[in-house]
Every structure is written in structure tokens, then in C-alpha cells.
Write a protein that binds this ligand. Structure first.
Ligand code: F6P
Length: 531
């Protein structure tokens, strides 16, 4: 089914032509109720989308589109475990992982084993090969087997357990693992090899290096069982790597890599912050799942984010979207959302194999505020490109400083609100003139404004609200996939590069025939081999 043939799509196309000319200043001037109309509160979260370039008609038409796309029907198919990832013949059931008592028995069984493992490491029952306690955890994984736990461990730094440090290695570049190993003690380090497929080259190379490093110190293969855990769907491969079954925590092909934080992939997070906190993360996500499943479309937070993204990208012509957390602890969120959104929806072919008529996913990028204000915000304000922004702010700081300290958090929040207002409303020539700026500088000092943004206000940053936040973006991603009629759950686009890398690797070592490659690749190979 193609949405662009529907009356709702046609109506939005006509409507967009007139709204494109309209400035947010006018939209705010016209409607004193705009904040009330275009903001929603749910379970402690506040979503303010009044600074989006929409009016009541836009909102109504977007909701018509959602109905035409049958979001409800697709959500039900996902929840019922239908193989909606049709190119791989797989169900999409990450929501089931956090369903508490309603989670599938196999998922609950793994959670129970994880809890025991986690507690054993925390209380010192788990010991290294010399009998010492574990002090350092190294998660080796990449993509979905890295970005989620890495982002979440960083986000929940305020809850970090003392006495246990959690590190992440992803890149096959030895500059990632080598300096880390140089400062760790093999007797007290535990590696988690996180790989859904257990075939990912980067992860296997890093894992082999870690194993060799351990064995160089331990000089006994038996040490591997005290220092290596695997998280994977591929038990034969974890066995072949030499990891005992007792140390393997499985998940299933119905959990996509970028949706796997809720599975055993979350172990490094649970170790960093404790099992109770991990359960809180699941509870927050579960609450968002329930909201997504039950809230009416016009109050539905994930659907709202998806519709706004579609509106900005397709109808207003945005090509990128910025995520701007006003929280240093959320500094890895943009990287996490890049995989979630761009690997899911960075596609051009619909479910029937036909090319799309538009771009399903903007380029997602971002940095925490206030840092970004002093680098790329110039372009947001005066660069002439439409770049919708998601501002994410915390009402209370996760690291409050009181007493004689300056008020960091007040300043942080003031900057967040100031930026979304400045982007929306800009500064006219009259205002600049009235401020006494010389006529010759006027053109440089005008801010066009009309840059749309959404502000998401969280009461605080903790495991529960992080769970809500991540599930919110997961379901946004799902809804966008439905709106574009694409499969958000495969990632064939990453395969070609992997295949070529395998063919090129021997050529880097000077072995084999490079004649099948283009002149650029051959030129680069020659330069590399000329040392
Ligand atoms: O190459 C892309 C990808 O398959 C991602 O989808 C995935 O999250 C990542 O690689 C890591 O895969 P694995 O967990 O199987 O090592």
C-alpha cells in the first residue's frame, strides 16, 4: 500500500504548499493556545511540539495519514509476533523482552540467569583465575551490541556502582583495545563478548586479542571460563570460540541488534548500575510500550514524533535532524539514535520491492547542549538549511551541585529554552536596529528563525526515564517505517562493504590479485604496499 496515493497525503501536499510560507512567529501570534494544543504530558514526560511548523489542520491531516497507514494494525502484527521483518522471515519482538511477567518463558529464564551472574560478580562470588574479585568489565561488541549499553552506562553514571568499572571496545582499530588492555589487570578483568551473530569480524578479532592477552598472563586455558562471557544467538559459534555454555547468555533472532539493549546485551549495563536499576530500565520501556499500544493517536507520543519527522522531511524538505540533549550524561544518545533510526529506515525500497517516492529517514546527528552551541549551532541559526531539532532536557540534574556552587542546572535549562526560542522566532531587522546595531551590520545580525523543534522534558535522568526515552524513539522509528511502508528491521545495506573488506584484506598483506578492483582501490593498495 502506498500512502502517497491516499487522500490524506494529497491533502497534506496541498496544505504544505501554503504552510511552507508561514513563519512560526505568525503561527504563535494566531493561536494563544498553541502550547496547550501542541504539547502532551504522559507519565512524567512533557512533549512540547508547539515549535513545529504545523497548525491544527496539519495535525489533523497527519493523524488521517496515520489511520490510512494502519499503524494500529502493524503494531498489532508486531506484538502478535508476525514475521514483519519479511526479508529475513523474522518476528520483531524486542517489546516482549521487557514485558515483565508476560515475557516469553525463554526470555524470563535468561533474565534470571543474568541476575544471578550479575549478583555473583557484585558480591564477589565470581572470582578470576587467581581467586581475586572482578574489578573491570570489558564489553566487546559493535553496532547494536555496543551502542545501547555504552550509551546507557554513560547515561546512568549517577547510579554507577563503586568498585566495578565498565569499559567498551568496538572498533577493530587496535587503538581501541590496546590502550585499554595496557591499563587493565588480567587477573581481575572479565570480558563480555557481545555479538548477536558471533560472526562480526571486528568483535571476533578484538575477542581473540583479549583471549590471547588473558592467556599470556594466566598460562592456562581454564582461565577463559572465569574471564569470558558471551552474549549471542549462535551457541555453536560461542562454543567454537571456547566459551563454556554456562557463561553464554542467549537471545533470539527475533531481537534486532539495534533493539537488543533489553536482552542479555544489557548485561554490561546491569553490572554498571545493578540489577534493580536494569529492571527499572525495562519497567520504563514497558510503560512506554503500554502507552504506545493504548493511547489515542493524537496523544500518542511515539506516533507524534514519527508524524512530525515525516512532515519535516517529506513535506517541508528537511534532509537532516538534530538531537540535542541538554544533558552531558546523554552524550552518547545521538550515536545510539543514529543506528536506531538510520539503520532501520535508511532505505529506498518499500515492502513490495518498489522504490520510494521520498526519503524515509533524515540524517540523524547531534551533540549535547550547551557544547554544540559553541560549534555547529551557527549553521542552525543562519546557515539557511531546514534542520528540525529535538531538544531533550531534565527538570532535575542527575549530578546536582548545591551550596556555594554556581547553579549549573539553571544555566543549562536556560540555554535549552533560549535556543529553541531563538531558532523558532529568530530576530528581525527591526529588532536588530532597535538594539542599536549599525546599519552596515544589519544583514549579518538578522536571524531568520522558523527552525522547527520539539522539546522533551524528563523529570530526571534515571533508569526508568531512560527506558521510557529509548522506547519512545524505538516506536517512533517503527511508526516511520509503517508510514513509508518499509521494513525497518533488516539492514542489507551494510553487507556489501563487509564482503569487499574480506576480499581486500589479503591484498593489504600483498597477497592475491587486485585486477578485479577499480583504479582508485588499486592505487590505494599500491600506496599501502609500498612501505
Ligand atoms: O553490520 C551491522 C550489524 O549487523 C548491526 O545491525 C548489528 O547491530 C551489528 O552489526 C553487530 O552485529 P552482531 O551483534 O551480530 O555482532
Amino acid at each position: 500500500m502506498t500512502l502517497n496515493n491516499t487522500p490524506a497525503w494529497q491533502a497534506l501536499t496541498t496544505h504544505a504548499a501554503s504552510l511552507r510560507q508561514c513563519h512560526l512567529r505568525e503561527l504563535f501570534a494566531e493561536d494563544a493556545q498553541r502550547f496547550a494544543r501542541f504539547s502532551r504530558q504522559h507519565d512524567g514526560l512533557l512533549l512540547d511540539f508547539s515549535k513545529q511548523r504545523i497548525d491544527a489542520d496539519t495535525h489533523r491531516l497527519l493523524l488521517d495519514l496515520a489511520a490510512a497507514a494502519d499503524i494500529d494494525g502493524w503494531r498489532q502484527k508486531m506484538l502478535d509476533g508476525e514475521a514483519i521483518n519479511h526479508t529475513e522471515g523474522r518476528a520483531v519482538r524486542h517489546v516482549a523482552l521487557r514485558a515483565g511477567d508476560n515475557a516469553p518463558p525463554e526470555a524470563r529464564a535468561v533474565l534470571e540467569r543474568l541476575q544471578v551472574c550479575c549478583e555473583n560478580i557484585h558480591n564477589g562470588t565470581w572470582r578470576g583465575y587467581t581467586g581475586e574479585r572482578i574489578t573491570d568489565i570489558v564489553n566487546i561488541g559493535i553496532g547494536g551490541s555496543d551502542l545501547g549499553p555504552r550509551m546507557a552506562v554513560r547515561a546512568l553514571a549517577a547510579q554507577q556502582k563503586p568498585d566495578l568499572r565498565v569499559h567498551f571496545v568496538a572498533n577493530v582499530d587496535s587503538a581501541d583495545i590496546a590502550p585499554l588492555l595496557a591499563r587493565l589487570n588480567p587477573r581481575t578483568t572479565l570480558f563480555i563478548i557481545a555479538s548477536k551473530t558471533f560472526t562480526t569480524q571486528e568483535t571476533l578479532i578484538n575477542a581473540a586479542t583479549a583471549r590471547a592477552w588473558l592467556l599470556a598472563a594466566a598460562e592456562d586455558e581454564a582461565a577463559v571460563s572465569r574471564h569470558f562471557i558471551a552474549i549471542s544467538t549462535a551457541r555453536e559459534r560461542t562454543r567454537a570460540f571456547g566459551i563454556a555454555d554456562d557463561n553464554v547468555f542467549e537471545f533470539w533472532d527475533w531481537v534486532g541488534g539495534r533493539f537488543s539493549l533489553w536482552s542479555a546485551i544489557g548485561l554490561s549495563l546491569a553490572l554498571a548500575v545493578g540489577w534493580r536499576q536494569f529492571e527499572q530500565l525495562l519497567a520504563g520501556a514497558r510503560a512506554m510500550d503500554e502507552h504506545f499500544a493504548n493511547a489515542p493517536a493524537s496523544d500518542n507520543l511515539p506516533l507524534t514524533l514519527a508524524l512530525l519527522s515525516l512532515w519535516n522531511t517529506h513535506f517541508l524538505g528537511a534532509r537532516s535532524a538534530a538531537v540535542l540533549p541538554y544533558s552531558q550524561s546523554l552524550e552518547r544518545l545521538p550515536a545510539y539514535l543514529q543506528q536506531l533510526e538510520m539503520e532501520s529506515n535508511g532505505k529506498q525500497i518499500d515492502r513490495e520491492g518498489r522504490p520510494l517516492t521520498g526519503i524515509a529517514c533524515p540524517v540523524v546527528w547531534g551533540e549535547p547542549g550547551t557544547n554544540g552551541q559553541h560549534s555547529f549551532y551557527q549553521l542552525l541559526h543562519q546557515g539557511g538549511q531546514l534542520i528540525p531539532c529535538d531538544f531533550i532536557a531534565l527538570r532535575d540534574s542527575d549530578f546536582p551541585l548545591s551550596g556555594h556552587h554556581a547553579d549549573h542546572h539553571r544555566s543549562l535549562l536556560a540555554n535549552c529554552l533560549a535556543q529553541s526560542a531563538a531558532l523558532a522566532f529568530g530576530q528581525t531587522a527591526e529588532e536588530v536596529r532597535a538594539a542599536g546595531v549599525a546599519e552596515s551590520l544589519l544583514p549579518y545580525r538578522v536571524f531568520p528563525g522558523n527552525q522547527p523543534s520539539t522539546t522533551l522534558l524528563l523529570p530526571a535522568l534515571n533508569a526508568y526515564t531512560l527506558g521510557q526515552l529509548l522506547a519512545l524513539y524505538e516506536h517512533k522509528t517503527f511508526c516511520l517505517g509503517v508510514l513509508w511502508n518499509i521494513n525497518s528491521f533488516d539492514q542489507w545495506g551494510v553487507e556489501l562493504g563487509k564482503t569487499l573488506a574480506r576480499r581486500i584484506e589479503p591484498l593489504i598483506a600483498g597477497e592475491g590479485d587486485d585486477s578485479a578492483f577499480d583504479v582508485s582501490t588499486r592505487g590505494l593498495l599500491a600506496a599501502l604496499n609500498r612501505r
